[in-house]
Design a protein around this ligand. Structure first.
Ligand code: HEC
Ligand code: HEC
Length: 330
């Protein structure tokens, strides 16, 4: 899965999203563009392991099995892969997915590809990392729906084979079947899901890996300010930002009950309607878009007035609010 995504990389969509494909291109040499892109964006790592969360063969093997197994959910029908399908680039194609007992999730399911690169997990950043996310999914009512961790661990222990696989992956631990180790094993699997593309070859120094029009799109992406928020190797996933800088976003998306975003997590008025800036890696392949899944395709995003406004807020985002967002996480 990790190598087949060169079709789609974040920057191809900018031509669609901004609708400026034919605009004037200022003189900047190809190598200057590459230098700027390296500074602002950056190539993907080989895998996303850290000293705290190592990627070992045993953990990845266990984590991959767990990821696709519905038997640990309360109704026996929900696995991680129900909402994060490999064939749909780690998403499910729905605006908002249904979890155990068909409970509706309040937000859109983002891709799990390259997700471990992000500074926090979830649209509101209420999960520390992919390990924490996987652990809490066990008891999330619209996710696996277990009443508590003990019930989830009991299910795991009664399925033949898992106790041994946990013991192998976490050797030396007297009680290896724990919610934390569930998170670490699935996290280790997720930390292998990197999708290097021609864009990474380009950043690695092969200037011809991107066509002229793709390089033009890259230039626009940086000139129009998109990379002010969508930056780093994930082309996003590094800061929080208010959605709808110029106007309340729900007036455009026409949702009846606006999602207050990070405010509901921190209760800080400055976090009202603040969401994580999503990664744009593989974005062409992961509709629908935005935290509420309210925009179903990048083409539609351009055609619809509500998204033109989204585009405008993004284009015209005042610098001071960007700085404020950065201060917020520092
Ligand atoms: C019923 C659907 C569903 C299931 C099952 C599910 N997820 Fe998700 N996942 C979501 C939704 C919806 C979100 C966004 C939640 C939010 O931001 O409030 C999400 C977010 C995530 C994220 C964060 C991505 C990001 O960009 O912040 C990761 C990683 C993830 N899920 C992995 C998993 C793993 C691992 C499992 C299994 C343990 C799992 N998910 C089970 C729907 C699901
Ligand atoms: C001020 C910061 C900021 C700037 C600048 C910005 N964005 Fe965004 N972008 C966001 C945030 C925040 C979201 C998530 C909003 C939400 O869902 O609530 C987002 C979401 C998106 C999405 C949807 C991704 C998904 O998976 O749902 C696309 C596509 C996108 N932006 C493209 C762009 C483009 C193209 C530009 C430049 C024209 C741009 N952005 C500039 C903050 C920004």
């Amino acid at each position: 899965m990790s190598r087949n995504s060169f079709l789609s990389f974040a920057l191809s969509m900018i031509l669609v999203a901004v609708g400026l494909a034919a605009s004037f291109m200022p003189a900047e040499s190809a190598s200057e563009l590459l230098t700027r892109a390296r500074r602002t964006l950056g190539a993907l790592p080989k895998n996303m392991e850290t000293a705290e969360f190592p990627v070992t063969l045993e953990r990845v093997e266990l984590g991959r099995k767990l990821f696709f197994d519905p038997r640990i959910s309360v109704d026996g029908a929900v696995s991680c892969s129900r909402c994060h399908l490999p064939a749909l680039y780690g998403t499910d194609g729905l605006a908002k997915p249904l979890g155990a007992h068909d409970r509706l999730n309040p937000r859109n399911a983002p891709t799990i590809l390259n997700a471990a690169l992000q500074f926090r997990a979830h649209w509101r950043g209420d999960r520390a990392n992919v390990e924490d996310q996987a652990k809490q999914a066990l008891i999330g009512p619209p996710s696996f729906g277990n009443s508590d961790y003990a019930a989830a661990m009991m299910k795991l222990k009664t399925i033949p084979g898992y106790t041994q696989l946990f013991a192998k992956a976490f050797s030396g631990e007297s009680e290896p079947v724990t919610p934390d180790n569930w998170g670490k094993a699935i996290g280790a699997y997720e930390r292998t899901l990197v999708t290097p593309s021609r864009f990474d070859d380009y950043l690695g120094g092969s200037e011809n890996a991107l066509s002229n029009s793709e390089q033009h799109g890259l230039r626009l992406f940086m000139e129009k300010g998109c990379s002010g928020c969508h930056n780093g190797p994930g082309v996003g996933g590094g800061i929080f930002q208010k959605f709808g800088v110029r106007e309340d976003y729900w007036k455009e998306t026409r949702v009846s009950e606006p999602d207050k975003g990070r405010f509901d997590v921190t209760k800080d008025p400055a976090d009202l309607y603040v969401f994580k800036v999503p990664s744009l890696r593989n974005v062409e392949m992961t509709p629908p878009y935005f935290h509420d899944g309210s925009v179903s395709s990048l083409a539609e995003a351009r055609a619809q007035s509500r998204c033109k406004t989204a585009g405008r807020h993004q284009l015209g985002a005042p610098r001071h609010s960007l700085r404020a967002a950065r201060r917020g996480i520092a």
